[in-house]
Design a protein around this ligand. Structure first.
Ligand SMILES: [Zn+2]
Length: 401
């Protein structure tokens, strides 16, 4: 099937033909007998390739016929970028290399060609080549800011976090726009790498640097809590997890399982019960968040949390429609509790099958919290859905009428 780029090339050949006739570039004019000039053979060949959908040959022809000069360079750029956008990267690379090969290219056009070629390499997955070209552009060109932004994306893909920090810091200065949150996440990534290598001192150092920036990321507190837990500093771990729950409800789903596991490994779930009850006295609205976090993380068997979940289920209009919660609530203590545990476990299973987080910028959703959105590449833009989407879940599972 002819593609958009085939049509574009065909358009170029038609333009060439028109220009050729107008300017007398093609063929010999035969003014004597008043016979129209013959069509240029190269032009006909090119058009023939297109008609046979041989885009590569047609492109070669186009490049042979039309030298890169000041009047045609924008057409070459347009064609190259069109091929890249369509995923025809090899062709885009050939066109941009053809531009760069021009000996008398102005500095500005050379930078534009370098930038285009670097993007081709990026799209082709040739990260090393793209990186080298962007490094040159970042050293000094009008594409400096764009090159640094692209370098950050490359280093993110390669998990080269220190290089990403350096590029971001330069970007901060050049663009005047803060990349502090992004840099904080790069430090958190370094901290997590250090934790994997059990280098806890280095990990602590990176978290400290992550928390210096503003706006501050709560990921730093979560990471510090995890380091404390890994080094048996239970007191610090609990303090940090508690702080996340008290101050920042959007990470409750991440902090609650860690908090429960830490109390359980310490054999002190009674303390968890006490601290959560005193927290609810100060802030009763948190009960709903805790219930949600318990359902999506399948946490059960802790009285204070089970009570939150029960209250949540009894007040959830969609659930009340499907399960006779009031009858359940009126049952004997033991059977009621068993039924509640069953319902809660069922809901946890259903919740595990649906997205829990969504990006505020682009709407990308996922089950796991992703610090960097894979779609728009922004950092810390995901937020949890406000509640389990019971109606969708029940419909999907075929329970709904
Ligand atoms: Zn996004």
């Amino acid at each position: 099937m002819p593609t958009e780029s085939t049509f574009f090339l065909a358009g170029l050949f038609l333009l060439l033909a028109a220009a050729g006739w107008a300017l007398g570039h093609f063929g010999e004019r035969d003014d004597v007998d008043g016979v129209p000039p013959p069509l240029n053979i190269d032009y006909l060949k090119g058009l023939n390739f297109l008609l046979n959908e041989q885009t590569d040959q047609a492109l070669e022809h186009f490049m042979k016929m039309v030298r890169v000069d000041d009047s045609t360079i924008e057409t070459h750029f347009a064609l190259g970028n069109l091929f890249r956008r369509r995923g025809e990267v090899d062709r885009a690379i050939r066109i941009h290399q053809n531009i760069i090969a021009r000996p008398d290219l102005a500095a500005e056009q050379r930078d534009q060609a370098w930038s285009s070629l670097a993007k081709d390499y990026l799209k082709a997955g040739l990260l090393d080549r793209a990186e080298n070209m962007f490094i040159r552009l970042a050293a000094g060109s009008r594409y400096q800011v764009e090159a640094l932004q692209q370098l950050c994306r490359i280093y993110e893909q390669e998990h080269e976090w220190q290089k990403a920090i350096d590029a971001s810091q330069r970007l901060d200065v050049l663009s005047g726009k803060s990349t502090a949150l992004q840099i904080a996440h790069y430090y958190c990534e370094l901290a997590e790498q250090a934790v994997d290598e059990k280098d806890y001192a280095a990990a602590r150092g990176f978290v400290k640097k992550a928390q210096r920036g503003r706006p501050r990321t709560f990921r730093g507190a979560l990471a510090r809590g995890d380091i404390a837990r890994a080094t048996n500093d239970t007191k610090t771990a609990l303090r940090l997890y508690h702080r996340i729950i008290e101050e920042n409800s959007y990470l409750i789903s991440e902090a609650l399982p860690r908090l429960v596991a830490t109390y359980q490994s310490d054999g002190s779930t009674a303390k968890l019960d006490k601290s959560l009850r005193s927290l609810f006295k100060k802030n009763p609205a948190l009960k709903k968040d805790i219930a949600y976090a318990a359902i999506v993380n399948d946490i059960g068997g802790i009285d204070v949390i089970d009570e939150c979940v029960e209250e949540y289920m009894l007040n959830e209009p969609t659930l009340v429609e499907f399960i006779d919660m009031q009858v359940m609530a009126g049952e004997e203590e033991e059977s009621r509790r068993k039924a509640m545990v069953r319902v809660r476990a069922g809901l946890s299973k259903l919740a595990a099958a649906t997205p829990r987080y969504q990006c505020r910028e682009c709407g990308f959703s996922s089950q796991r919290l992703l610090w960097q959105c894979p779609s728009c590449k922004d950092w810390e833009t995901q937020r949890p859905f406000a509640s389990v989407q019971f109606d969708t879940l029940l419909q999907r599972s075929g329970i709904a009428r």
